[in-house]
Design a protein around this ligand. Structure first.
Ligand code: AMP
Length: 299
């Protein structure tokens, strides 16, 4: 079944202690859509400006991503710049230039309304709501977010939580949202806000799923070298939802393996700047790493 992905479609300028990479293909929806495309057909909903390079459109196409919902409008593509510290975990935002995002309304083309799986990647909660308003009874809705929306759009985000099946956030965001240090307790509090499934991402320490059938811990794939973790969270959720959409049976039956698939795609994401590595990966490389990860946690 197919997955509708809405989120940011961006140009990212990423600085690490070793190098500087201006205007790479980035954005939450780009990472999530490419990640999901390894498992299921994907429809991307977003906006770019006239400056968006054709080669990036080709990259989406190479992954078979449906671009009917990608608006190209007058103005500049959303630009985000960030800098990592030597440990490659701490990140500082240097610039956020909204460009065409400032006036973006995610209007869905005709056939998109019936897409069974909806991935609301990181974007303003009001826009995530707007997409849901246009959907006809999707089978499964997952939302991701970032600290910015907890700070400036909390009422919208809380309303959104009542409309989604699963909510994905990182550990610091879970603490901020619930005022609770312990992630297990935080997840329980988030269930009370609406979502049946809560997934807390913990960066290089993997992710925890809290669901009606209990907890599940997905490790991160142990990498020797992290080149650029930008978009790892988006790749994780993209891989997860892409996998779920590819499987028959209940969500509960497939969530655990889905989290491992997400973890593996995220690990590839970290091995190159922006989407460079992810766009060179094949399904068989993903499957091999899933198997390896399975072996690493078997006891
Ligand atoms: P992550 O590393 O998972 O936090 O995601 C990084 C991606 O988020 C980058 O590709 C950015 O383009 C995108 N991003 C950064 N700030 C925002 C924002 N305010 N709204 C939407 N996307 C953003």
């Amino acid at each position: 079944m197919s997955v509708l992905v809405v989120g940011s479609t961006a140009l990212d300028s990423i600085k690490t202690p070793k190098s500087e990479n201006p205007r790479l293909l980035g954005g939450s929806a780009s990472h999530a859509a490419v990640a999901a495309s390894f498992f299921s057909p994907v429809k991307l909903v977003g906006v770019v400006g006239e400056d968006f390079p054709k080669r990036y459109v080709q990259l989406y196409r190479k992954h078979g991503i449906d671009l009917e919902g990608l608006q190209v409008t007058r103005g500049k593509t959303f630009h985000w710049a960030g800098e990592y510290e030597v440990n490659m975990n701490n990140r500082r935002t240097l610039a956020t230039e909204l460009g065409v995002f400032e006036t973006f309304t995610p209007t869905l083309p005709g056939q998109h309304h019936d897409t069974p799986y909806v991935l609301l990647a990181n974007i303003a909660p009001a826009l995530q709501h707007h997409v849901l308003d246009q959907m006809r009874r999707p089978k499964f809705i997952v939302a991701d977010t970032m600290d910015l929306w907890l700070n400036i759009a909390l009422p919208d985000l809380l309303k959104l939580l009542r409309r989604v099946d699963a909510f994905v956030l990182n550990d610091s965001e879970a603490r901020q949202l619930t005022k609770e240090d312990n992630v297990v307790v935080a997840a329980r509090k988030i269930h009370r806000l609406g979502p049946k499934y809560v997934i807390v991402k913990k960066g290089e320490h993997g992710a925890i799923l809290s669901s009606p059938s209990g907890l599940f811990v997905a490790p991160a794939y142990p990498l020797r070298k992290v080149v650029d973790p930008t978009g790892a969270g988006d790749s994780f959720v993209g891989g997860l939802v892409g996998y779920l959409a590819s499987r028959k049976g209940s969500i509960d039956a497939n969530l655990r393996r889905g989290m491992i698939c997400g973890s593996v795609v995220a690990s590839f994401c970290c091995e190159g700047f922006g989407l460079r590595k992810t766009t060179q990966v094949t399904r068989s490389m993903i499957d091999a790493r899933v198997k390896e990860l399975e072996g690493l946690v078997k006891f």
